[in-house]
Design a protein around this ligand. Structure first.
Ligand code: GLU
Length: 388
């Protein structure tokens, strides 16, 4: 069968592909140290699992409303007010099959062929592909390690054309861990408000912050900016719920209604009893989130000097998320070859920077235990030494 053109121009997700390969190698008995997918190694907190089990036992096993269980949409609206100072009603929220699905559906309802979406690079692997699937054109703004992988208002301004529809902002960032300050967000907001574009604020890493960094949603900057902001978030990273597939998007009634129509004709509701776990995640005390954040912080303090002490590698200190973005330029290998040889020879999995739009870099996820980090860094060190 001849396949549709739309799928031919899309590349598979390298984060998922490499982490699946690492998991398969491990299942085959190979001792792999995986720094590939951004997936917390913790089990989902017990009270969240308990709430889902109770929901299962009490018959929450049937179809629900396409936009999500009303109680979860309300809990999310409360969370956005409480944590982010954003005033949404339950009707402004759609529950999706994870943050990735939120963004994909958004592109499907917002983008017409030829529309442009601005993405700072390095970017999360899936942004450009989703835009292409929707018929739009990703417009990439490169950033540098020296600039903290942040775009400037002037860069944003220069990238905006009459075709620009959206600007994707991801702070804290995957893959760099960059966190924009309130002043920097304010400056970007001024550019946005001088045009008619919207910002998609991907806030999935908002709870994973270090060194006193604070998360500010760009939508909380002013009432005008609130109107121009679409929030994407989910439960995977903060609550170790990657496999549950529960995310959400907040925006205008019109946007949520059209995404609900799309969802009603494609995926229907998110797994009903999983949504009850998500309600418990938001409504119960947040100690588990802080405990996991502290563990990531401890790992960061170990891994950062380890990487920077390897001659030929360097990484900036990330203020958020759980990734190190490592410069491998001195090693002289393309990032894809670096990662595939590292996996084959040393059984260490990392993601090539090319997946995030930047050669000569690799992403190392430290959402894994300290023992694996220690052993993986020994192997990485030996690998780089053998190549220099
Ligand atoms: N977002 C995570 C990552 O970047 C999980 C895998 C994916 O969906 O990309 O590794």
């Amino acid at each position: 069968m001849e396949l549709a053109n739309r799928v031919r121009q899309v590349t598979p997700s390298m984060t998922l592909e490499i982490s699946a390969k690492a998991k398969a190698m491990r299942a085959a008995g190979i001792d792999v140290c995986s720094f590939s997918a951004g997936e917390p190694d913790f089990d989902t907190p017990a009270h969240i699992k308990e709430a889902a089990k109770q929901a299962l036992d009490s018959g929450k096993t049937r179809y629900g409303p396409a936009a999500g269980e009303p109680a979860l949409r309300t809990a999310i609206a409360h969370k956005l007010q409480r944590d982010n100072n954003l005033s949404y009603e339950a009707g402004n929220i759609i529950v999706t099959n994870g943050g990735k699905h939120s963004l994909y559906s958004l592109m499907m309802v917002a983008i017409n062929p030829g529309d442009e979406v601005i993405i700072p690079s390095p970017y999360w692997v899936s942004y450009p592909e989703m835009i292409k699937l929707a018929g739009g054109n990703p417009v990439i703004i490169p950033t540098t390690a020296e600039a903290g992988y942040k775009i400037t208002p002037a860069q944003l301004q220069a990238a905006i054309t009459k075709n620009t529809k959206l600007f994707i902002l991801n702070s804290p960032s995957n893959p760099t861990g960059t966190v924009y300050t309130p002043d920097e967000l304010d400056a970007l907001a001024q550019v946005i408000l001088s045009t008619d574009i919207y910002v998609v604020s991907d806030e999935i890493y908002e709870k994973i912050l270090y060194d006193g960094a604070k998360h500010l949603s760009i939508g909380a900057i002013s009432p005008e900016m609130f109107e121009r902001t679409i929030i994407s978030n989910g439960f995977a990273k903060a609550y170790a719920m990657t496999g549950w597939r529960v995310g959400y998007l907040a925006g205008s009634n019109e946007l949520i209604q059209s995404m609900t129509t799309l969802q009603s004709q494609s995926t229907s509701n998110v797994c009903t009893f999983a949504q009850y776990g998500a309600i418990a995640a938001l409504d119960q005390p947040q100690g588990c989130v802080e405990a996991m954040r502290r563990a990531f912080e401890e790992r960061r303090s170990y891994i950062l000097p380890r990487v920077n002490n390897i001659p030929g590698l360097s990484a900036a200190k990330p203020n958020g998320a759980f990734y190190l973005y490592v410069d491998i330029e001195s090693v002289g290998l393309p990032s894809l070859e670096f990662c595939s040889t590292l996996l084959d020879e040393k059984h260490v999995a990392a993601i090539p920077g090319i997946a995030f739009g930047k050669e000569s870099t690799v992403r190392i996820s430290y959402a894994t235990d300290l023992d694996t980090i220690q052993r993986g860094m020994d192997r990485l060190e030996a690998f780089v030494q053998s190549r220099l």
